[in-house]
Design a protein around this ligand. Structure first.
Ligand SMILES: [Zn+2]
Length: 568
């Protein structure tokens, strides 16, 4: 046992790598056999969680106040001085565990993942990966520099997109066209970035002994429970079942706004999701946002309400928007203290409510896995992590109205719930475009190196999966959509995960219609497995089927459309 290792991250915040190194050396040299493995894993977990929590705390501090130079310097020092040594020390312990041939209880899945990771490692890929990371930053730089002038102000495109929904239809179209022109100015530089990235990825795959980068990335993501063919099945199922329902959403939306067909400037993010008309106003203050969620979680499940109470009591929620705070929202966890932390930038919108419910689902996942003994067992797959969070959006929906303790009047509740359910229907087809495009790219690399062919493919897929919107006269903007999806440039193949998780979440919600207590109990049992089970087992424990077929999608879409009817 590590008698001298401090128990709290607060006691080691100023440590350099030299302080940690002896503990890793001890683990590297200590004899490892059936008798000693439990103690060895326990000590590994302690040092791993301590270092992880230090890094998390330093990173969180930089998002709480982006102007805090000391916080930034401390995090950079961690990244430079500690993170690389931490990674390679972890790597040697992983190799030691694999070489021992031991299979401790509850380690079948973590070991499967470690073996997959170890098999991919190639020295020759390290410099290529550095180049990929640099090009990835270049993508951020290009996107970050894009701005348009509006009302005499220079607006980033993020700000400009956010403005769209507050404008009247004519102004909306004008601003959208400005945004489109600005995007298209970078068409050539993004094309050239793309060609470089694609070439590097193909080389990385070849070096690791794969014909295609798709097969490489599959291993890299630890996707042992589903295949590229399953994803193609999922795409076809979405086309058959979800696309008609999504088209009905667009048609309804066009009728409401009194135009002939939904146009891209009527949409928000990714030109896919219609905004709420009229805008909803669920809360005025951050306190209201926070307190009301307590009433909702108490209704969903007493234990989950208790978890949320801990977050509030222990100041583990930073919800409001303020100057200097970093963008976006996230849930992270302090592994030693066994506590999640939720960060977001609430301004009073319906999306803020969804964000808090969603991130709280991630937080509950953290609480539920606290009793697993070893850190490798607590790392759950992303496909299931999002079941935890997306289910919480849906499970909480019956309590969104003020009469149930929630945020909205009766009319606004219906409006908010419709909007939420419609977004689920519109997400799947969009996800299918992003996913199908990438399957085509990495199985047709020679063609995909030609950006014109990428444009053509994207346009074709858009017509196949999103026929409900009118893009006439906007061809250049339509076919370059792939350039605006950062996942395609930066995290290839990472997107279907959300679609699969959404399907799991709808099934958890379906179960709750029949027996909420049982559905939530199963959900919590699934969460509590952490990373110790396969995806099919995690889903099954939570009461869902890990699936790609049209039948399960049809059941889910029917339930959503039935609920939409009830709410109208
Ligand atoms: Zn999430």
């Amino acid at each position: 046992m590590f008698e001298t290792l401090p128990r709290s991250a607060h006691d080691v915040m100023g440590w350099s790598w030299a302080h940690y190194e002896p503990y890793y050396r001890d683990l590297q040299t200590r004899p490892l056999d059936a008798a000693s493995v439990a103690g060895w894993l326990a000590d590994w977990t302690r040092i791993n969680e301590l270092l992880d929590e230090v890094g998390t705390r330093l990173e969180v501090a930089t998002t709480l106040d982006t102007t805090d130079k000391a916080a930034e310097a401390a995090f950079i020092r961690y990244l430079d001085d500690i993170r690389p040594a931490f990674s390679s020390a972890e790597q040697t312990l992983k190799e030691k565990l694999l070489a021992s041939g031991l299979e401790p209880e509850g380690f079948a899945i973590p070991l499967r993942n470690l073996r997959g990771e170890a098999a991919l490692f190639r020295e020759a890929n390290i410099p290529l990966q550095v180049q990929v990371n640099k090009l990835s930053l270049e993508y951020d730089r290009i996107a970050g520099a894009q701005s348009v002038e509006w009302d005499g102000d220079d607006k980033t495109l993020t700000q400009a997109y956010a403005l769209l929904e507050s404008l009247d239809p004519d102004a909306r179209e004008t601003l959208w066209r400005k945004i489109a022109d600005r995007h298209l100015q970078d068409r050539e530089s993004l094309n050239s970035l793309w060609q470089q990235l694609l070439g590097l990825r193909q080389q990385i795959a070849t070096n690791a002994g794969f014909d295609s980068f798709r097969d490489y990335q599959w291993k890299q993501f630890g996707r042992f429970d589903y295949t590229p063919a399953d994803c193609e099945t999922f795409q076809s199922s979405i086309e058959a079942v979800v696309v008609p329902a999504a088209t009905r959403v667009y048609e309804r939306r066009a009728r409401q706004t009194g135009v002939g067909a939904a146009r891209p400037w009527d949409m928000q993010r990714d030109n896919v999701y219609p905004p709420a008309f009229p805008r909803l106003k669920p809360f005025d203050t951050t306190e209201q946002l926070e307190n009301t969620a307590q009433a909702i979680f108490d209704r969903v499940d007493p234990k989950l309400g208790e978890y949320y109470g801990i977050l509030r009591r222990e100041n583990l929620l930073d919800l409001g928007n303020r100057k200097g705070k970093g963008p976006g929202g996230y849930c992270t966890r302090f592994l030693v203290e066994k506590r999640p932390f939720i960060f977001m930038n609430a301004v009073g919108s319906a999306e803020d409510v969804i964000t808090l419910l969603h991130e709280s689902g991630h937080a509950f996942h953290g609480f539920e896995t606290n009793d697993l003994p070893y850190s490798q067992q607590k790392a759950y797959p992303i496909e299931f992590a999002e079941v935890a969070s997306m289910s919480m959006e849906l499970l909480s929906a019956p309590y969104w109205s003020a009469s149930e303790g929630g945020y909205y009047s009766a009319a606004d509740t219906a409006h908010a719930r419709r909007q939420h359910l419609e977004h689920i229907l519109l997400f799947w087809p969009f996800m299918a475009v992003v996913d199908a495009f990438q399957h085509w790219v990495y199985t047709h690399v020679d063609e995909a190196l030609d950006p014109n062919q990428c444009d053509a493919k994207w346009g074709q897929l858009w017509d196949r999966f999103i026929p409900g919107m009118d893009w006439s006269g906007l061809d250049a903007m339509k076919v370059t959509g792939w350039q605006r999806k950062l996942h395609i440039f930066q995290i290839p193949f990472y997107y279907v995960d959300y679609g699969l998780a959404q399907l799991g979440a709808v099934q958890v919600w379906r179960n709750a219609q029949h027996d909420q207590a049982q559905a939530v109990a199963n959900y919590r049992r699934g969460l509590a497995l952490g990373g110790t089970a396969t995806l099919p087992d995690l889903f099954a424990t939570a009461g869902a089927r890990f699936a790609f077929d049209a039948d399960i999608l049809r059941e889910s879409v029917d339930l959503i459309e039935r609920t939409l009817d009830e709410l109208s």
